[in-house]
Design a protein around this ligand. Structure first.
Ligand code: WT7
Length: 658
């Protein structure tokens, strides 16, 4: 858990922009309560604002909880909603995506900028669908993996798959070959879409090389499509690999593929995410419920309008990108930005120059990014005109009030709506947030605001009773919502166990939270062994498994500790096998192993050598104790420890660390 700051329960700020929409929190609670009481009718009304091929027979099938199905009998297609509707309207020639590559010219301007209109996107997606169907023989229900950098082909392949009911799983391009292989195997993907590389901080990420390694152990993959991003002539495996431009060369320019009439509860995608124990879980999202939630939240949270330029700085490889770069914004017909690389490279103000260059009006970013901008200093912001921004939010981890205030002042000019939207891969879309496009309550720096309409959330104590106000408890969601998972792919029991069993019948999010006297929620961070590094979700299990793959490592424990910029970073305690020397070289080697097995986001911040680890008598590592010692906080109850000397070992290792 990473919150180390005081929570300013009493500080309220009213935005000056849209101030007429601001209502007091009691009024919001009353209205909210009504939407929750009739949540099915409420969501039905939202769903009816989408275009369905066939109307649903039933709003919610509750016959087999927690496997709820939304809008059963309804037929829908996410590619149709994001493309055909706009193509058949005045938006046909409106810009859908502004794409900016990383490399810059001598003046510091981006060398490559592409603008794709809705019509361009519609054509490309149709052509790719045609290729997937006619050339690769893929059909509804098949699975493909997409491992691409932030280039337009990434959303294009997602939408082309969605058009046919092909289930896609996107793997973040910062993951390494083992992580990629595990995901392809679990999903039993038939085809992999990758690229010859992608730019990040001046370096080319060798995606094809990483993929080749993964492909040695993924028998289900029969074809690999390689997008030429770099043009560096990567090794191609004859018969298996083909370049994207080559396979597309004879697809007619006006190819049209009819969007499949899919069931509302058909799967749209699988997205892998880390949990407390075990391998990453494949969260499966539906179509009808998911798109309904995105439609509602695009309006309430982002207040999107046709004249907006919308920028979500996340990577499409995470759920934030799936929902709020690809499906949500495109469904609303907005102009969005996709950029390759990093927000602070080649200069710390790349992000501010993007805002100025394209006159961004809605900004969605992360606390980690904001804290790094703060560290670079305000002179980098001052060089640019920020006045186009009229609304912003952060996401991914708790935001400290100091970072909130700094950004509110620097970019928000102390006058625009700003919030911290809480949600997770599993929820599909935003759950707790300030709602400037619906009913806005005064903002509290560091708070998430209140639940969206149609959703009841609460904070419970260990016994499942509502926690005392302003005291820490567990965040739960109390009624089904559209966008909720269908299941964990191939593991429905795990789905029940992880989310619906701690407090039977309600959804356990795995976060600590506080509700204050005014009814505002403050999400404090994970209550389990998930670590949020720069907002990226990593499981201790994955890191520990990677550590013990190094021949010298006998046992390992990983915990997350607070970091002023990244929120949290992983630190590792390692027991070496006999005959190995704990020197700097070995440290480097072990840390590298984890980077190679999981990916560069999994960089161990500090590695300590110990001879014992705190364990229960049944042999379970007590990470809670390890973390407490590491962070120099109260160790709490250690009566279940097998050997108390292990705690001193950890302490000693930290003191002696150089
Ligand atoms: C976890 C989910 C959903 C978008 C990105 C993350 C943390 C997310 C906030 C916020 C405090 C937050 C929680 C949650 N989290 N947003 N605004 N304030 N914490 O998705 O990778 O599935 O991670 O991120 O701990 O459980 P994810």
């Amino acid at each position: 858990m990473s919150v180390t700051w005081a929570l300013p329960f009493d500080k309220k700020i009213k935005p000056k922009i849209g101030e007429n929409n601001v209502i007091d929190e009691k009024t919001y609670s009353e209205i909210h309560e009504k939407t929750v009481k009739n949540y099915k009718e409420f969501w039905e009304e939202v769903a009816s604002q989408l275009e369905w091929f066939r109307h649903w027979d039933k709003v919610l099938d509750e016959s087999s909880p927690p496997f709820y199905k939304w809008f059963v009998g309804g037929e829908i297609n996410a590619s149709y909603l994001t493309l055909d509707r706009h193509y058949n309207s005045w938006r046909r020639n409106k810009v859908a995506i502004i794409w900016e590559g990383e490399p810059v010219d001598e003046k510091g301007n981006p060398k490559e900028v592409k603008q794709l209109t809705y019509s361009d996107l519609y054509r490309e997606v149709n052509r790719v669908s045609y290729m997937l169907k006619e050339k690769l023989g893929l059909r509804k229900g098949d699975t493909i993996t997409i491992y691409l950098p932030m280039i337009p082909e990434l959303p294009i392949f997602m939408l082309a798959a969605a058009r046919l009911g092909i289930v896609f799983t996107v793997v973040f391009s910062g993951f390494s070959s083992d992580a990629l292989a595990t995901r392809m195997n679990d999903a039993e993907a038939k085809v992999l879409i990758t690229a010859d590389g992608g730019w990040r901080r001046g370096k080319v990420i060798d995606l094809k090389g990483i993929a080749d390694k993964a492909l040695e152990k993924t028998p289900s993959i029969k074809k690999v499509i390689v997008v030429r991003r770099i043009g560096n002539g990567v090794r191609m495996n004859e018969g298996r690999d083909i370049y994207y431009d080559e396979i597309m060369s004879d697809i007619p320019h006006n190819a049209y593929v009819e969007p499949e009439r899919l069931k509302s509860e058909d799967p749209l995608y699988i997205l892998y995410t880390s949990g407390t124990t075990g391998k990453p879980k494949g969260i499966v999202h539906d179509i009808g419920g998911y798109m309904t939630l995105l439609h509602g939240t695009m309006k309430w949270v982002f207040d999107v309008r046709d004249e907006d330029v919308y920028w979500c700085t996340a990577d499409i490889g995470w759920v934030t990108g799936h929902s709020y770069i690809v499906f949500g914004p495109l469904m609303e017909g907005v102009t969005g930005i996709i950029y390759e690389g990093a927000v602070d490279y080649p200069q710390p103000d790349r992000w501010a120059s993007i805002i100025e260059r394209y006159k961004v009006s809605i900004l969605y970013t992360s606390p980690t990014a904001i804290r790094s901008f703060m560290k670079y200093g305000e002179e980098w912001v001052k060089k640019h005109d920020m006045t186009s921004v009229r609304l912003m939010h952060s996401v991914g981890e708790p935001i400290n009030p100091e970072a909130f205030e700094w950004f509110y002042n620097q970019v928000g000019r102390n006058e625009i709506p700003f919030g911290s939207t809480w949600w997770m891969t599993e929820t599909g879309g935003i759950m707790i947030s300030n709602l400037p496009g619906y009913l806005m309550i005064p903002m509290k720096p560091g708070s998430n605001g209140m639940p969206i309409p149609g959703l009841e959330a609460d904070v419970l104590d260990d016994n499942g009773n509502p926690a005392k106000l302003e005291e820490r408890g567990y965040l739960v969601l109390k009624n089904p919502w559209p966008g909720m998972p269908l299941t964990i792919y191939k593991d429905p029991e795990r789905y029940v166990k992880v989310y619906w069993s701690k407090f039977p019948g309600i959804f356990y999010a795995g976060d600590y939270a506080v509700k204050d006297r005014d009814g505002y929620f403050w999400i404090l961070g994970r209550a389990d062994e998930v670590i949020k590094v720069s907002g990226h979700r990593l499981g201790t299990y994955e890191l520990e498994s990677a550590l013990i793959e190094h021949p010298s490592v006998a046992e390992a424990a990983v915990v997350g500790v607070s970091d002023p910029i990244k929120g949290e970073v992983p630190v590792a305690f390692v027991i070496l096998k006999q005959g190995y020397n704990a020197d700097d070289n070995l440290v480097k080697e072990i840390i590298n192993t984890v980077r190679e097995k999981v990916g560069p986001i999994a960089t161990i911040d500090k590695l300590y050598f110990v001879s014992k680890l705190p364990k229960t008598r049944s042999g379970k590592i007590m990470r809670r104790v390890v973390r407490a010692v590491t962070m120099n906080s109260e160790v709490g109850d250690i009566t279940t420890l097998e050997d108390e000397a292990s705690v001193d070992e950890i302490r000693k290792a930290i003191q002696e660390f150089k």
